[in-house]
Write a protein that binds this ligand. Structure first.
Ligand code: NDP
Length: 444
């Protein structure tokens, strides 16, 4: 079986040259699957893995728009409709200069397993553009979003493909995208995008869901060792949507959050991060975290990673491969108890190995950050029934989902002789549900 897996992986590497992040994501899942394939030869016979590594559909398109000085700008748009065995393609859009096909495919691949783990009827997809919203005016962002949707709209639909936000795509961008979709199609079709504003079809708790979910997962994980967030020193990377609400929930649970970051460096604030001030700087004024440090009288360390300050709980909530072996070693030396991934694939494979060896509780993103997409599915439910739920009820649903994912990972890991290994648990539980659906649906 090992050789078979190696052959398939080889094929994936050859057929998708240069897509480094995609290779990494596939390799990481394959490493858990050997015992599953041994027990279930039907997956091998039906070439489920080969099929899973090939997205159902990949759309790449030109996004032309005019900047404020009248110059024509060209970006590249992507939507990878990865797998729809469990439901319509579902997954966010990322606007960041680093976006290329390999990033979108890695995110789409991860999304398939994550969405499966939520237990909800959603398939996996992901999209985005190499557009950089930073430094762009409101008008430029709007024109870009309108041009992006002018191509994308024909591929979407509540039963087909339902995007949401990701890095660089928040409430503002979803608004412009939804507006253009509505204009082109002449349909007020709430179920076509999630992360919408509350007055036009959005769900309470969706904004908070990914960060909250990551912390709720970590809390449950700490609970297996009789520990909790209460009084713990916490560091978070990033200062965007996921980071902000991870900070909020960690603080609500009694955690002392002393650090956060962005692409310019990190803030160390031993008094504890002042979230309203951070949100004023990042959300309202769209400024870097150094401005927060300045106003707060905290320390700003440029060009370095926040992990070096040490913590008992670490929450990587920025981007892929942002916590490497050296960072993991620094965290382990500082006595870290748990690492819970709010971002997608933020911890490098060597760092995961080091943390696992050191006995640190480690929650992979496909399980720990699934609260965002799960609440998107709750938004779709509310849209379908033309209803709007209360904050308390929706948060209760989110907590129930995160606890169920946690417990599913744990029991699956146990069943496959890897007790306490959430990576193995998440990969196997996520995989088997999709694989069974693919078998049932035939070769399509
Ligand atoms: P935001 O755009 O709101 O925030 C991203 C944050 O990460 C910013 O602080 C940004 O800093 C920092 N960042 C981005 N790229 C880099 C980089 N290359 N190096 C260092 N820092 C970087 O995005 P989100 O909070 O929505 O997303 C964060 C992560 O969470 C991503 O991995 C995303 O895929 C994942 N995720 C998000 C979900 C959601 O619901 N939003 C759901 C599940 C996962 P700066 O502004 O300086 O670039």
């Amino acid at each position: 079986m090992k050789e078979q897996l190696a052959d398939i992986l080889d094929q994936v590497l050859r057929r998708n040259p240069g897509e480094r992040e995609f290779h990494q994501a596939v390799r990481e899942v394959f490493e858990s699957l050997e015992p599953v394939l041994r027990k279930n030869p039907q997956y091998v016979d039906a070439a489920v893995l080969e099929r899973l590594c090939e997205p159902e559909r990949q759309i790449i398109f030109r996004v032309p728009w005019v900047d404020d000085s009248g110059r024509v700008q060209i970006n590249r748009g992507f939507r990878v409709e990865y797998n729809s065995a469990l439901g319509p393609f579902k997954g966010g859009l990322r606007f960041h200069p680093s976006v290329y096909l390999g990033i979108v495919k890695f995110l789409g691949f991860e999304q398939v397993f994550k969405n499966s783990l939520t237990g909800m009827p959603i398939g996996g997809g992901k999209g985005g553009s190499d557009f950089d919203p930073r430094g762009r005016s409101q008008g430029e962002v709007m024109r870009f979003c309108q041009s992006f949707m002018t191509e994308l709209y024909r591929h979407l639909g509540e039963h087909t493909d339902v995007p949401a936000g990701d890095i660089g795509v928040g409430g503002r961008e979803i608004g412009y995208l939804f507006g253009q979709y509505k204009r082109i199609t002449n349909r007020w079709e709430a179920g076509v995008l999630t992360g919408k504003g509350l007055s036009w079809g959005g769900s309470l708790v969706r904004t908070e869901a990914t960060g909250y979910g990551t912390v709720l997962f970590a809390e449950r994980m700490l609970g297996t060792r009789g520990q909790s967030f209460d009084g713990r020193r916490v560091v978070v990377s990033g200062a965007g949507n996921v980071a902000q609400y991870a900070i909020q929930k960690a603080q609500q649970l009694g955690g002392h959050v002393v650090g956060c970051s962005d692409s310019t460096g990190y803030v160390l604030d031993e008094r504890g991060i002042d979230l309203p001030l951070l949100q004023q700087v990042r959300e309202a004024e769209r400024l870097p975290v150094s401005v927060y440090a300045e106003r707060r009288g905290a320390t700003f360390v440029p060009g370095r990673r926040v992990w070096e300050v040490g913590a008992e709980v670490a929450l990587p909530c920025a981007t892929q491969n942002e916590l490497d072996e050296d960072d993991a070693a620094a965290l382990a030396r500082s006595g870290v108890l748990a690492v819970s991934e709010g971002a997608n694939m933020p911890t490098t494979p060597a760092a995961v190995a080091l943390l696992t060896e050191a006995g640190v509780l480690f929650a992979p993103g496909k399980a720990a950050n699934a609260g965002g997409v799960a609440t998107s599915a709750l938004e779709m439910q509310q849209n379908a029934s033309r209803d709007a739920w209360s904050f308390e009820y929706t948060e209760q649903r989110l907590a129930g989902i995160m606890h169920a994912i946690h417990d599913r990972c744990l029991t699956t890991a146990d069943a496959y002789d890897a007790p306490g290994n959430y990576v193995v648990g998440a990969n196997i539980a996520g995989f088997t549900k999709v694989a069974d659906a693919m078998l049932a649906l035939g070769v399509v």
